[in-house]
Write a protein that binds this ligand. Structure first.
Ligand SMILES: Nc1ncnc2c1ncn2[C@@H]1O[C@H](COP(=O)(O)OP(=O)(O)O)[C@@H](O)[C@H]1O
Ligand SMILES: [Mg+2]
Ligand SMILES: [Zn+2]
Length: 508
Protein backbone atom coordinates (compact mmCIF):
# COMPACT_ATOMS: atom_id res chain seq x y z
CA UNK A 1 0.00 0.00 0.00
CA UNK A 2 1.51 3.33 -1.00
CA UNK A 3 -0.99 5.64 0.59
CA UNK A 4 -1.87 5.56 4.30
CA UNK A 5 -3.69 7.62 6.83
CA UNK A 6 -3.32 8.29 10.58
CA UNK A 7 -4.93 10.78 12.94
CA UNK A 8 -3.73 13.36 15.46
CA UNK A 9 -5.16 16.52 17.07
CA UNK A 10 -4.17 20.16 16.51
CA UNK A 11 -4.88 22.52 19.40
CA UNK A 12 -5.50 26.24 19.23
CA UNK A 13 -5.77 27.40 22.82
CA UNK A 14 -7.78 24.73 24.62
CA UNK A 15 -9.89 24.02 21.54
CA UNK A 16 -8.81 21.38 19.09
CA UNK A 17 -9.56 19.63 15.85
CA UNK A 18 -8.78 16.17 14.59
CA UNK A 19 -6.08 16.29 11.92
CA UNK A 20 -5.60 13.71 9.19
CA UNK A 21 -2.01 12.73 8.47
CA UNK A 22 -1.48 11.15 5.05
CA UNK A 23 1.66 9.44 3.82
CA UNK A 24 2.16 8.89 0.13
CA UNK A 25 5.04 6.77 -1.18
CA UNK A 26 5.67 7.39 -4.86
CA UNK A 27 8.20 6.32 -7.45
CA UNK A 28 10.93 8.84 -8.03
CA UNK A 29 13.92 10.39 -6.39
CA UNK A 30 13.95 9.41 -2.68
CA UNK A 31 13.09 12.35 -0.45
CA UNK A 32 10.63 13.62 2.13
CA UNK A 33 8.27 16.58 1.97
CA UNK A 34 5.83 17.69 4.69
CA UNK A 35 2.91 19.89 3.65
CA UNK A 36 0.02 21.52 5.51
CA UNK A 37 1.11 24.57 7.51
CA UNK A 38 3.73 22.98 9.72
CA UNK A 39 5.65 25.19 12.16
CA UNK A 40 9.37 24.87 12.80
CA UNK A 41 9.08 22.12 15.45
CA UNK A 42 6.86 20.16 13.13
CA UNK A 43 9.26 20.62 10.21
CA UNK A 44 11.93 18.97 12.35
CA UNK A 45 9.56 16.03 12.68
CA UNK A 46 10.94 14.81 9.34
CA UNK A 47 14.29 14.09 10.90
CA UNK A 48 12.88 12.66 14.13
CA UNK A 49 10.43 10.37 12.37
CA UNK A 50 13.04 9.07 9.98
CA UNK A 51 15.64 8.41 12.67
CA UNK A 52 13.07 6.84 14.99
CA UNK A 53 11.86 4.44 12.31
CA UNK A 54 15.37 3.41 11.30
CA UNK A 55 16.53 3.05 14.91
CA UNK A 56 13.52 0.88 15.69
CA UNK A 57 14.72 -1.70 13.22
CA UNK A 58 12.65 -0.82 10.16
CA UNK A 59 14.00 0.29 6.84
CA UNK A 60 13.25 3.77 5.59
CA UNK A 61 11.31 3.45 2.32
CA UNK A 62 13.52 4.47 -0.54
CA UNK A 63 10.77 6.37 -2.35
CA UNK A 64 9.55 9.89 -2.84
CA UNK A 65 7.56 10.41 0.38
CA UNK A 66 4.95 13.12 0.88
CA UNK A 67 3.40 13.69 4.29
CA UNK A 68 0.30 15.90 4.30
CA UNK A 69 -1.56 17.27 7.30
CA UNK A 70 -5.13 18.38 6.76
CA UNK A 71 -7.15 20.51 7.02
CA UNK A 72 -4.22 22.51 5.67
CA UNK A 73 -5.48 25.90 6.83
CA UNK A 74 -5.51 24.84 10.47
CA UNK A 75 -2.36 26.00 12.29
CA UNK A 76 -0.35 23.08 13.62
CA UNK A 77 2.32 23.37 16.19
CA UNK A 78 4.78 21.31 18.11
CA UNK A 79 6.05 17.80 18.15
CA UNK A 80 2.85 15.92 19.05
CA UNK A 81 2.29 14.84 15.45
CA UNK A 82 5.42 12.65 15.32
CA UNK A 83 3.64 9.48 16.32
CA UNK A 84 0.90 9.85 13.69
CA UNK A 85 3.46 10.76 11.01
CA UNK A 86 5.56 7.69 11.79
CA UNK A 87 2.48 5.45 11.88
CA UNK A 88 1.34 6.75 8.48
CA UNK A 89 4.76 6.02 6.94
CA UNK A 90 4.88 2.53 8.48
CA UNK A 91 1.39 1.79 7.25
CA UNK A 92 2.12 3.07 3.73
CA UNK A 93 5.18 0.82 3.72
CA UNK A 94 3.14 -2.20 4.75
CA UNK A 95 4.64 -2.62 8.24
CA UNK A 96 1.27 -2.20 9.97
CA UNK A 97 -2.21 -2.68 8.57
CA UNK A 98 -4.14 0.39 7.43
CA UNK A 99 -7.17 -0.73 9.43
CA UNK A 100 -5.18 -0.55 12.66
CA UNK A 101 -5.07 3.22 12.30
CA UNK A 102 -8.78 3.74 11.69
CA UNK A 103 -10.64 5.55 14.47
CA UNK A 104 -7.48 5.99 16.48
CA UNK A 105 -5.76 9.22 17.46
CA UNK A 106 -2.01 9.14 18.07
CA UNK A 107 -0.27 11.83 20.14
CA UNK A 108 3.40 11.85 20.99
CA UNK A 109 6.85 13.13 20.22
CA UNK A 110 9.55 10.79 18.97
CA UNK A 111 13.14 10.74 20.13
CA UNK A 112 15.78 9.88 17.53
CA UNK A 113 16.18 6.50 19.21
CA UNK A 114 12.48 5.73 18.79
CA UNK A 115 11.42 6.62 22.33
CA UNK A 116 7.94 8.18 22.64
CA UNK A 117 7.98 11.34 24.71
CA UNK A 118 5.05 13.05 26.47
CA UNK A 119 3.53 16.19 24.93
CA UNK A 120 1.53 19.15 26.20
CA UNK A 121 -2.22 19.42 25.93
CA UNK A 122 -3.12 15.72 26.05
CA UNK A 123 -6.33 16.34 28.03
CA UNK A 124 -7.83 18.93 25.63
CA UNK A 125 -6.65 16.83 22.67
CA UNK A 126 -8.27 13.70 24.11
CA UNK A 127 -11.52 15.63 24.75
CA UNK A 128 -11.40 16.81 21.14
CA UNK A 129 -10.94 13.26 19.86
CA UNK A 130 -13.84 12.00 21.99
CA UNK A 131 -16.13 14.80 20.80
CA UNK A 132 -15.23 13.87 17.21
CA UNK A 133 -16.52 10.37 17.94
CA UNK A 134 -13.12 8.72 18.25
CA UNK A 135 -12.85 6.00 20.88
CA UNK A 136 -9.20 4.95 20.78
CA UNK A 137 -6.17 6.97 21.72
CA UNK A 138 -2.45 6.21 21.85
CA UNK A 139 -0.12 8.43 23.88
CA UNK A 140 3.27 8.27 25.57
CA UNK A 141 3.06 6.16 28.75
CA UNK A 142 3.93 9.34 30.64
CA UNK A 143 0.71 10.97 29.39
CA UNK A 144 -1.49 7.95 30.03
CA UNK A 145 -2.91 9.07 33.37
CA UNK A 146 -3.91 12.39 31.84
CA UNK A 147 -5.53 10.63 28.86
CA UNK A 148 -7.50 8.37 31.25
CA UNK A 149 -9.37 11.41 32.57
CA UNK A 150 -11.62 11.36 29.52
CA UNK A 151 -14.52 8.92 29.83
CA UNK A 152 -15.51 6.86 26.82
CA UNK A 153 -12.01 6.75 25.42
CA UNK A 154 -9.75 3.67 25.47
CA UNK A 155 -6.28 5.09 25.95
CA UNK A 156 -3.10 3.02 25.53
CA UNK A 157 0.39 4.07 26.49
CA UNK A 158 3.53 3.30 24.49
CA UNK A 159 7.13 3.84 25.53
CA UNK A 160 8.74 3.56 22.09
CA UNK A 161 7.96 3.10 18.42
CA UNK A 162 8.43 -0.69 18.73
CA UNK A 163 5.60 -0.69 21.30
CA UNK A 164 3.42 1.21 18.84
CA UNK A 165 4.09 -1.31 16.06
CA UNK A 166 3.28 -4.18 18.45
CA UNK A 167 0.09 -2.45 19.57
CA UNK A 168 -1.03 -1.82 15.99
CA UNK A 169 -0.30 -5.43 15.03
CA UNK A 170 -2.28 -6.65 17.99
CA UNK A 171 0.80 -8.15 19.64
CA UNK A 172 1.72 -7.97 23.30
CA UNK A 173 4.16 -5.43 24.58
CA UNK A 174 5.15 -4.24 28.00
CA UNK A 175 2.65 -1.51 28.70
CA UNK A 176 4.11 -0.25 31.93
CA UNK A 177 1.82 2.37 33.34
CA UNK A 178 3.57 4.69 35.75
CA UNK A 179 2.22 4.01 39.25
CA UNK A 180 -0.07 6.56 40.85
CA UNK A 181 2.20 8.71 42.95
CA UNK A 182 1.69 9.06 46.69
CA UNK A 183 -0.03 12.39 47.15
CA UNK A 184 1.12 14.40 50.12
CA UNK A 185 -1.55 16.58 51.67
CA UNK A 186 -1.09 20.17 50.55
CA UNK A 187 0.28 22.36 53.34
CA UNK A 188 -1.52 25.64 53.22
CA UNK A 189 -0.86 28.50 55.64
CA UNK A 190 -3.60 29.08 58.20
CA UNK A 191 -5.72 32.16 58.65
CA UNK A 192 -5.24 31.89 62.41
CA UNK A 193 -1.66 33.15 61.93
CA UNK A 194 -2.98 36.59 61.01
CA UNK A 195 -3.33 38.84 64.04
CA UNK A 196 -5.97 41.59 63.98
CA UNK A 197 -6.98 42.80 60.51
CA UNK A 198 -10.69 42.13 60.93
CA UNK A 199 -11.58 43.88 57.66
CA UNK A 200 -8.80 42.16 55.78
CA UNK A 201 -9.82 38.76 57.10
CA UNK A 202 -13.47 39.39 56.22
CA UNK A 203 -12.45 40.55 52.75
CA UNK A 204 -10.67 37.29 51.92
CA UNK A 205 -13.58 35.32 53.38
CA UNK A 206 -16.07 37.24 51.22
CA UNK A 207 -13.82 36.92 48.16
CA UNK A 208 -13.73 33.16 48.70
CA UNK A 209 -17.48 32.85 49.26
CA UNK A 210 -18.62 34.91 46.28
CA UNK A 211 -15.64 34.90 43.92
CA UNK A 212 -15.20 38.66 44.35
CA UNK A 213 -12.18 40.84 43.68
CA UNK A 214 -10.40 42.79 46.42
CA UNK A 215 -7.73 45.41 46.91
CA UNK A 216 -5.78 45.33 50.17
CA UNK A 217 -4.23 48.71 50.89
CA UNK A 218 -1.85 49.28 53.77
CA UNK A 219 1.69 49.98 54.89
CA UNK A 220 4.45 47.39 54.49
CA UNK A 221 4.45 44.60 57.04
CA UNK A 222 0.77 44.85 57.92
CA UNK A 223 -0.05 41.37 56.65
CA UNK A 224 -1.38 41.95 53.12
CA UNK A 225 0.69 39.20 51.58
CA UNK A 226 -0.13 36.90 54.51
CA UNK A 227 -3.85 37.44 53.94
CA UNK A 228 -3.61 36.85 50.20
CA UNK A 229 -1.73 33.59 50.64
CA UNK A 230 -4.51 32.34 52.89
CA UNK A 231 -7.31 32.89 50.37
CA UNK A 232 -6.78 29.65 48.37
CA UNK A 233 -7.12 27.61 51.58
CA UNK A 234 -10.64 29.00 52.01
CA UNK A 235 -11.82 27.83 48.60
CA UNK A 236 -13.53 24.44 48.22
CA UNK A 237 -11.95 21.84 45.90
CA UNK A 238 -12.89 22.20 42.24
CA UNK A 239 -15.86 20.30 40.87
CA UNK A 240 -15.05 17.62 38.29
CA UNK A 241 -16.06 19.95 35.45
CA UNK A 242 -13.98 22.84 36.83
CA UNK A 243 -11.01 20.54 37.43
CA UNK A 244 -11.10 19.45 33.77
CA UNK A 245 -11.23 23.09 32.59
CA UNK A 246 -8.30 24.07 34.79
CA UNK A 247 -6.29 20.96 33.91
CA UNK A 248 -6.73 21.63 30.18
CA UNK A 249 -5.15 25.08 30.54
CA UNK A 250 -2.28 23.79 32.67
CA UNK A 251 -1.76 20.91 30.27
CA UNK A 252 -1.45 23.21 27.25
CA UNK A 253 1.02 25.32 29.22
CA UNK A 254 3.03 22.19 30.02
CA UNK A 255 2.69 22.95 33.72
CA UNK A 256 0.84 19.93 35.09
CA UNK A 257 2.62 18.88 38.25
CA UNK A 258 4.41 15.57 37.65
CA UNK A 259 2.29 12.57 38.53
CA UNK A 260 -0.76 14.74 39.05
CA UNK A 261 -2.95 14.45 35.97
CA UNK A 262 -5.90 16.38 37.39
CA UNK A 263 -5.69 19.79 39.06
CA UNK A 264 -8.26 19.44 41.84
CA UNK A 265 -7.54 22.46 44.02
CA UNK A 266 -8.18 26.07 42.97
CA UNK A 267 -4.96 27.45 41.53
CA UNK A 268 -3.11 30.42 43.03
CA UNK A 269 -0.98 32.54 40.72
CA UNK A 270 1.18 35.36 42.03
CA UNK A 271 3.26 36.75 39.18
CA UNK A 272 6.06 39.17 40.02
CA UNK A 273 5.49 42.85 39.26
CA UNK A 274 8.17 42.79 36.57
CA UNK A 275 6.04 40.29 34.61
CA UNK A 276 5.40 41.04 30.93
CA UNK A 277 1.97 41.39 29.37
CA UNK A 278 2.51 38.08 27.55
CA UNK A 279 3.32 36.21 30.74
CA UNK A 280 0.15 37.51 32.41
CA UNK A 281 -2.45 37.34 29.64
CA UNK A 282 -0.71 34.80 27.42
CA UNK A 283 1.39 35.09 24.32
CA UNK A 284 4.48 33.78 22.62
CA UNK A 285 5.18 33.01 19.01
CA UNK A 286 2.92 30.92 16.81
CA UNK A 287 -0.21 30.16 18.80
CA UNK A 288 -0.36 31.98 22.12
CA UNK A 289 0.33 30.04 25.30
CA UNK A 290 -1.78 30.73 28.38
CA UNK A 291 -0.48 33.29 30.89
CA UNK A 292 -0.88 33.65 34.65
CA UNK A 293 -4.43 35.02 34.29
CA UNK A 294 -5.57 31.81 32.57
CA UNK A 295 -3.51 29.57 34.83
CA UNK A 296 -5.46 31.23 37.69
CA UNK A 297 -8.79 30.19 36.11
CA UNK A 298 -11.25 29.09 38.86
CA UNK A 299 -8.72 30.23 41.44
CA UNK A 300 -6.90 33.35 42.55
CA UNK A 301 -4.73 35.85 40.66
CA UNK A 302 -2.73 37.80 43.22
CA UNK A 303 -0.85 40.94 42.21
CA UNK A 304 1.36 41.88 45.13
CA UNK A 305 2.65 45.48 45.02
CA UNK A 306 0.04 46.04 42.32
CA UNK A 307 0.97 49.68 41.41
CA UNK A 308 4.43 48.42 40.43
CA UNK A 309 2.99 46.37 37.55
CA UNK A 310 3.21 48.01 34.14
CA UNK A 311 0.09 49.89 33.13
CA UNK A 312 -0.16 47.66 30.06
CA UNK A 313 -0.44 44.59 32.28
CA UNK A 314 -3.06 46.24 34.49
CA UNK A 315 -5.08 47.41 31.48
CA UNK A 316 -4.90 43.98 29.89
CA UNK A 317 -6.73 42.52 32.90
CA UNK A 318 -9.90 44.36 32.05
CA UNK A 319 -10.88 41.86 29.35
CA UNK A 320 -10.82 38.77 31.57
CA UNK A 321 -12.46 40.68 34.44
CA UNK A 322 -15.38 41.51 32.13
CA UNK A 323 -15.72 38.26 30.23
CA UNK A 324 -13.88 35.55 32.18
CA UNK A 325 -11.94 34.75 29.01
CA UNK A 326 -8.86 35.91 27.15
CA UNK A 327 -8.51 35.79 23.41
CA UNK A 328 -5.04 36.34 22.06
CA UNK A 329 -4.30 36.75 18.40
CA UNK A 330 -0.94 35.80 16.96
CA UNK A 331 0.16 35.00 13.41
CA UNK A 332 -0.57 31.36 14.13
CA UNK A 333 -4.23 32.05 14.95
CA UNK A 334 -6.45 33.27 17.75
CA UNK A 335 -6.32 31.26 20.93
CA UNK A 336 -9.07 31.60 23.51
CA UNK A 337 -8.34 30.60 27.09
CA UNK A 338 -10.69 30.71 30.05
CA UNK A 339 -9.68 33.28 32.69
CA UNK A 340 -12.33 33.51 35.40
CA UNK A 341 -10.39 34.23 38.58
CA UNK A 342 -10.72 36.12 41.81
CA UNK A 343 -8.41 39.13 41.52
CA UNK A 344 -6.56 40.12 44.65
CA UNK A 345 -4.46 43.28 44.61
CA UNK A 346 -2.14 44.43 47.39
CA UNK A 347 -0.67 47.92 47.49
CA UNK A 348 1.38 50.13 49.76
CA UNK A 349 -0.12 53.58 49.99
CA UNK A 350 3.20 55.15 48.97
CA UNK A 351 6.11 54.23 46.69
CA UNK A 352 8.63 54.88 49.51
CA UNK A 353 7.28 51.72 51.19
CA UNK A 354 7.95 53.08 54.68
CA UNK A 355 5.73 52.42 57.69
CA UNK A 356 2.95 54.99 58.02
CA UNK A 357 4.70 57.22 60.60
CA UNK A 358 7.98 57.39 58.69
CA UNK A 359 6.58 58.46 55.35
CA UNK A 360 6.95 62.14 54.69
CA UNK A 361 6.24 62.07 50.99
CA UNK A 362 3.99 64.84 49.64
CA UNK A 363 0.33 63.81 49.23
CA UNK A 364 0.73 64.23 45.51
CA UNK A 365 3.33 61.43 45.37
CA UNK A 366 0.95 59.06 47.14
CA UNK A 367 -1.93 60.05 44.90
CA UNK A 368 0.03 59.54 41.73
CA UNK A 369 1.29 56.17 42.96
CA UNK A 370 -2.18 54.78 43.59
CA UNK A 371 -3.53 56.38 40.43
CA UNK A 372 -1.40 53.85 38.56
CA UNK A 373 -4.13 51.40 39.45
CA UNK A 374 -6.34 52.94 36.81
CA UNK A 375 -9.93 53.94 37.56
CA UNK A 376 -11.35 51.42 35.07
CA UNK A 377 -9.46 48.58 36.74
CA UNK A 378 -10.38 49.60 40.29
CA UNK A 379 -13.98 50.09 39.26
CA UNK A 380 -14.06 46.35 38.61
CA UNK A 381 -12.69 45.53 42.07
CA UNK A 382 -15.53 44.92 44.54
CA UNK A 383 -13.74 45.57 47.82
CA UNK A 384 -11.21 48.28 48.66
CA UNK A 385 -9.94 47.35 52.08
CA UNK A 386 -7.63 49.19 54.45
CA UNK A 387 -5.10 46.92 56.16
CA UNK A 388 -3.54 49.17 58.78
CA UNK A 389 -0.27 48.69 60.64
CA UNK A 390 -0.82 46.36 63.59
CA UNK A 391 0.48 47.42 66.98
CA UNK A 392 3.08 45.54 68.95
CA UNK A 393 0.46 44.83 71.63
CA UNK A 394 -1.78 43.22 69.05
CA UNK A 395 1.10 41.18 67.72
CA UNK A 396 2.12 39.97 71.16
CA UNK A 397 -1.42 39.30 72.31
CA UNK A 398 -2.57 35.70 72.32
CA UNK A 399 -3.87 35.05 68.83
CA UNK A 400 -5.65 31.87 69.97
CA UNK A 401 -9.06 33.47 69.61
CA UNK A 402 -8.77 34.18 65.90
CA UNK A 403 -10.65 31.81 63.62
CA UNK A 404 -8.77 29.10 61.80
CA UNK A 405 -8.90 28.41 58.09
CA UNK A 406 -11.02 25.31 58.80
CA UNK A 407 -13.71 27.35 60.59
CA UNK A 408 -13.85 30.07 57.92
CA UNK A 409 -13.70 27.56 55.06
CA UNK A 410 -16.76 25.80 56.48
CA UNK A 411 -18.66 29.10 56.44
CA UNK A 412 -17.49 29.73 52.87
CA UNK A 413 -18.71 26.28 51.84
CA UNK A 414 -22.13 26.88 53.36
CA UNK A 415 -22.42 30.31 51.73
CA UNK A 416 -21.44 28.90 48.35
CA UNK A 417 -24.02 26.13 48.69
CA UNK A 418 -26.69 28.73 49.47
CA UNK A 419 -25.77 30.78 46.41
CA UNK A 420 -25.63 27.69 44.24
CA UNK A 421 -29.09 26.53 45.18
CA UNK A 422 -30.49 30.02 44.57
CA UNK A 423 -28.73 30.12 41.19
CA UNK A 424 -29.79 26.58 40.23
CA UNK A 425 -30.95 26.49 36.62
CA UNK A 426 -28.89 29.55 35.67
CA UNK A 427 -25.43 29.52 34.08
CA UNK A 428 -23.94 31.06 37.25
CA UNK A 429 -22.58 29.43 40.38
CA UNK A 430 -21.27 32.32 42.46
CA UNK A 431 -22.65 35.79 43.13
CA UNK A 432 -19.81 37.52 41.33
CA UNK A 433 -20.77 35.76 38.09
CA UNK A 434 -24.33 37.09 37.99
CA UNK A 435 -24.72 40.08 35.64
CA UNK A 436 -26.00 43.13 37.54
CA UNK A 437 -29.08 43.46 35.33
CA UNK A 438 -30.09 39.87 35.99
CA UNK A 439 -29.46 40.28 39.68
CA UNK A 440 -31.87 43.22 39.89
CA UNK A 441 -34.44 41.63 37.62
CA UNK A 442 -34.60 38.16 39.15
CA UNK A 443 -33.86 38.95 42.79
CA UNK A 444 -35.10 42.50 43.34
CA UNK A 445 -34.54 44.09 46.74
CA UNK A 446 -36.84 46.61 48.41
CA UNK A 447 -35.66 50.21 48.41
CA UNK A 448 -35.52 50.11 52.18
CA UNK A 449 -32.65 47.64 51.84
CA UNK A 450 -30.74 49.45 49.12
CA UNK A 451 -31.29 53.02 50.35
CA UNK A 452 -27.65 53.86 51.13
CA UNK A 453 -26.38 52.48 47.84
CA UNK A 454 -29.13 54.34 45.97
CA UNK A 455 -28.00 57.60 47.54
CA UNK A 456 -24.35 56.89 46.73
CA UNK A 457 -25.32 56.27 43.11
CA UNK A 458 -27.42 59.43 43.01
CA UNK A 459 -24.60 61.55 44.37
CA UNK A 460 -22.09 60.11 41.95
CA UNK A 461 -20.06 58.32 44.62
CA UNK A 462 -20.79 55.03 42.87
CA UNK A 463 -20.72 54.30 39.15
CA UNK A 464 -23.50 52.15 37.71
CA UNK A 465 -21.01 49.30 37.54
CA UNK A 466 -19.99 49.94 41.13
CA UNK A 467 -23.63 49.81 42.18
CA UNK A 468 -24.01 46.36 40.64
CA UNK A 469 -20.88 45.21 42.45
CA UNK A 470 -22.22 46.46 45.77
CA UNK A 471 -25.40 44.43 45.29
CA UNK A 472 -23.50 41.24 44.43
CA UNK A 473 -21.29 41.74 47.45
CA UNK A 474 -24.36 42.29 49.66
CA UNK A 475 -25.74 38.93 48.50
CA UNK A 476 -22.51 37.20 49.49
CA UNK A 477 -22.52 38.89 52.90
CA UNK A 478 -26.11 37.70 53.37
CA UNK A 479 -25.19 34.16 52.27
CA UNK A 480 -22.36 34.09 54.81
CA UNK A 481 -24.81 35.04 57.54
CA UNK A 482 -27.39 32.54 56.35
CA UNK A 483 -29.93 35.23 55.50
CA UNK A 484 -32.39 34.66 52.68
CA UNK A 485 -31.58 37.97 51.13
CA UNK A 486 -29.57 41.08 51.92
CA UNK A 487 -31.03 43.61 54.32
CA UNK A 488 -29.89 47.21 54.78
CA UNK A 489 -27.02 46.06 57.03
CA UNK A 490 -25.55 43.90 54.25
CA UNK A 491 -25.89 46.63 51.65
CA UNK A 492 -24.26 49.13 54.03
CA UNK A 493 -21.42 46.74 54.73
CA UNK A 494 -20.92 46.11 51.02
CA UNK A 495 -20.91 49.85 50.37
CA UNK A 496 -18.27 50.42 53.04
CA UNK A 497 -16.15 47.69 51.46
CA UNK A 498 -16.58 49.35 48.11
CA UNK A 499 -15.82 52.90 49.18
CA UNK A 500 -13.51 51.89 51.99
CA UNK A 501 -10.24 53.47 51.04
CA UNK A 502 -8.97 56.65 49.53
CA UNK A 503 -8.39 54.74 46.30
CA UNK A 504 -12.13 54.41 45.93
CA UNK A 505 -12.29 58.12 45.27
CA UNK A 506 -9.72 57.82 42.50
CA UNK A 507 -11.75 55.12 40.82
CA UNK A 508 -14.98 57.06 40.94
N1 LIG B 1 -1.42 40.90 60.94
C1 LIG B 1 -0.33 40.16 61.16
N2 LIG B 1 -0.37 39.10 61.98
C2 LIG B 1 0.73 38.36 62.21
N3 LIG B 1 1.92 38.59 61.65
C3 LIG B 1 2.04 39.64 60.83
C4 LIG B 1 0.93 40.47 60.54
N4 LIG B 1 1.32 41.42 59.68
C5 LIG B 1 2.61 41.20 59.43
N5 LIG B 1 3.06 40.14 60.13
C6 LIG B 1 4.43 39.61 60.10
O1 LIG B 1 5.16 40.41 59.18
C7 LIG B 1 5.62 39.65 58.06
C8 LIG B 1 5.37 40.45 56.79
O2 LIG B 1 3.99 40.48 56.52
P1 LIG B 1 3.43 40.66 55.05
O3 LIG B 1 2.15 39.93 54.93
O4 LIG B 1 4.48 40.29 54.07
O5 LIG B 1 3.19 42.23 55.01
P2 LIG B 1 2.81 43.12 53.77
O6 LIG B 1 2.53 42.24 52.62
O7 LIG B 1 1.61 43.89 54.21
O8 LIG B 1 3.98 44.00 53.54
C9 LIG B 1 4.83 38.38 58.10
O9 LIG B 1 5.59 37.31 57.60
C10 LIG B 1 4.53 38.21 59.58
O10 LIG B 1 5.60 37.57 60.22
MG1 LIG C 1 3.69 42.15 50.89
ZN1 LIG D 1 6.14 57.80 51.30
Amino acid sequence: MALARAFAVALVGVEGQVVEVEADLAQGLPGLTVIGLPDAALAEARDRVRAAIVNSGHSWPSRRITLALSPAWLPKRGSGFDLALAAAVLSADGVVAAASLHGRVLLGELGLDGRVRPVRGVLPAALTARRAGIERLVVSSDNLREAHLVPGLTARGVGCLRDLVALLRGEDYDESVPPAPVRLPVERPDLADVVGQVSGRTAVEVAAAGGHHALLLGPPGSGKTMLAERLPGLLPPLSRQEALEVTAVHSVAGLLPEGEPLVELPPFQDPHHTATVASIVGGGSGIARPGAASLAHRGVLFLDEAPEFSSRVLDALRQPLESGRLSITRVGGTAVYPAAFSLLLAANPCPCAKPDGDCSCPPDTRRRYLARLSGPLLDRVDMHVEVPQITLTELLADSGHTETTAVVAARVRAARARARSRLAGTPWRTNSQVPAVELRRRWPLPRTSTATADVALDRGRLTARGYGRVLRLAWTLADLQECDRPGPEHVDHALRFRLGTAVGELAA
